[in-house]
Design a protein around this ligand. Structure first.
Ligand code: SAH
Length: 501
């Protein structure tokens, strides 16, 4: 049985405008074939083992020609894979979804269409422009601006368009905007008709430029508007100021790289978005199960023997208690065992399980933990260090120096994840990233190793903000420039540093 293809629209930019059905398709798919305007947050819905195929088109050069995309869809389906063909906006509004569906039908492959919220309507809405309004118009026309009006054989009839009374919405029209406007005026449209161009609508980088038909092209070019942008021409534009609503936060317009694990609920991403910034998640680390549970299981069997368990991360807490549950070990087996957490979020995660930590340093660093950790009593004592496979040795060594017997247990494995590398490099090089944040030394090392040391100079111009001094030291050692350190070594502290600039 060949697989099925879901031709799925995911909305115009704000990832929360995705539909439940689209999330379902993406999170089940074996293969995701996606375009340029599909953001990282959307790809975050994919299974961590899904194959990601980028067929994005740049405004001038089609990365993969349409026939090639059709072939990929057909072939992946013939390999019995479930495919999500993910497109910005709605797949059937200038999305070439129709052609892809035809190719699938011709090859006998089953498909479903998942409509999406189109930029033609949602982008004006985020700019305070209702595309229809009883006082102004009774029709809406969505037109491609891709075909230059002066081109021979253009299928868009500007003489007809100029005579229409409805709202005109042009997609893909940034380059041709001067010709679009002058053609409409030439065929008799009132040159004082209100007009707006909205760039990167529904995202935190949204810009709105308003004017009238005979000056909007000039104003847009003065402002340096680039694709993607929607142009709205019609009387409805006149209410845009009155209905302006899209809030701007303290990080508005800022694009910030967050290097965290994909599975980890990311408080940092949430905070950045609440403040109006755009978080670009670079999933450098993926959390996986340890290779072997032998050591882990024997530790759990005898967990009451330990005087202390030290947790160094939220993932460590999750992995530890998941395994306890898996092995049907009651949480009361920990009775009498003291618990230490290196950071506040780790302590909170234990708190969620009803466990109160006995020790947490004021500063969330390894050194600070060692400072407050008591010396072992006369007969020593056993400490269990529940940690990732890549961990600094200082903690284990420091505890031994205090007289403890230390059991170093790998409770989860971190795996470096590769997708999005090209887009990330492109954005860094074009100066489209304002900050890169690091929340641990391992995120620094992984980012550098994925992007490649040969590309370090592309990162040099971007400001780096680290959660603490150890992470900052690693960033400096890796050759990253302009490294700032949060005053408080927590996610909130990191966010405060970002706001401070
Ligand atoms: N299927 C998509 C349109 C694809 S054509 C949809 O339904 O929205 C690509 C064009 O859509 C861009 O050139 C631009 O005109 C418009 N567009 C898509 N996303 C946009 C955004 N966030 N802001 C402004 N215009 C956008």
């Amino acid at each position: 049985m060949p697989g099925k293809v879901y031709i799925t629209g995911v909305g115009p930019g704000d990832y929360k405008l995705i539909t439940l059905k689209a999330i379902e398709c993406i999170s089940r798919a074996d293969v995701i074939v996606y375009d340029r305007l599909v953001g990282g947050r959307i790809l975050g819905f994919a299974r961590s083992d899904a194959e990601l195929v980028y067929v994005g088109k740049m405004p001038d050069n089609h990365a993969v020609p349409q026939d090639g995309i059709n072939d990929i869809l057909v072939h992946k389906a013939l390999e019995n894979k479930t495919v999500a063909r993910v497109k910005g906006g709605d797949p059937f509004v200038f999305g070439r979804g129709g052609e892809e569906a035809e190719a699938l039908r011709e090859n006998g492959i089953e498909f479903e269409i998942v409509p999406g919220i189109t930029s033609a309507i949602a982008v004006p809405a985020y700019a305070g422009i209702p595309v229809t309004h009883r006082d102004f118009c009774s029709a809406l026309h969505i037109i491609t601006g891709h075909e230059r009006p002066d081109k021979d054989g253009s299928q868009v009839n500007y003489r007809e368009l100029a005579g229409l009374h409805g709202t005109l919405v042009f997609l893909m029209g940034v380059k041709s905007l001067p010709e679009i406007c002058s053609s409409l005026i030439r065929y008799g449209k009132d040159c004082k008709t209100p007009a707006a161009v909205i760039e990167k609508g529904t995202t935190r980088e949204q810009r709105k430029i308003t004017g009238v038909l005979d000056d909007i092209a000039f104003k847009a070019s003065e402002a340096g508007v680039k694709s993607p942008a929607v142009t709205v021409i019609g009387d409805v534009v006149s209410v845009n100021e009155k209905l302006d609503w899209f809030p701007k936060g303290k990080l508005a317009g800022k694009r910030i790289v967050v290097t965290r694990a994909r599975e980890q609920a990311s408080k940092l991403v949430e905070r950045i978005e609440e403040l109006g910034g755009e978080a670009v998640e670079f999933p450098v680390i993926r959390i996986e199960k340890p290779d072997d549970y032998g050591h882990f299981d024997s530790v759990l069997e005898n967990v009451a023997e330990y005087g202390w368990i030290v947790f160094t991360s939220v993932n460590g807490v999750k992995a530890f208690f998941d395994r306890m549950r898996n092995n049907s070990i009651d949480i009361r087996a920990l009775y009498g065992v003291k618990l230490a957490a290196v950071g506040e979020v780790t302590a909170d995660e234990l708190g969620r399980l009803g466990l109160k930590v006995d020790l947490m340093p004021d500063k969330f660093t390894t050194d600070a933990l060692l400072e407050v950790f008591p010396e072992a009593a006369g007969d020593g004592g056993k400490v269990l260090l529940a940690r990732a496979d890549i961990a600094v040795r200082e903690l284990s060594d420091g505890l031994k120096a205090k007289g403890y017997e230390v059991d170093d247990l790998t409770v989860y494995k971190t795996v470096v994840d590769m997708p999005l590398k090209e887009e990330m490099l492109e954005m860094l090089e074009a100066g489209r990233i304002d900050y890169i944040t690091f929340t641990s030394s391992s995120t620094v090392r992984n980012l550098v190793s994925i992007l490649g040391t040969e590309n370090i100079d592309k990162i040099m111009g971007t400001k780096v903000v680290c959660i603490g001094p150890v992470t900052a030291r690693t960033a400096e050692e890796c050759g990253l420039g302009a490294v700032a350190v949060a005053d408080r070594h927590t996610i909130d502290g990191l966010v405060e540093k970002l706001i401070g600039g």
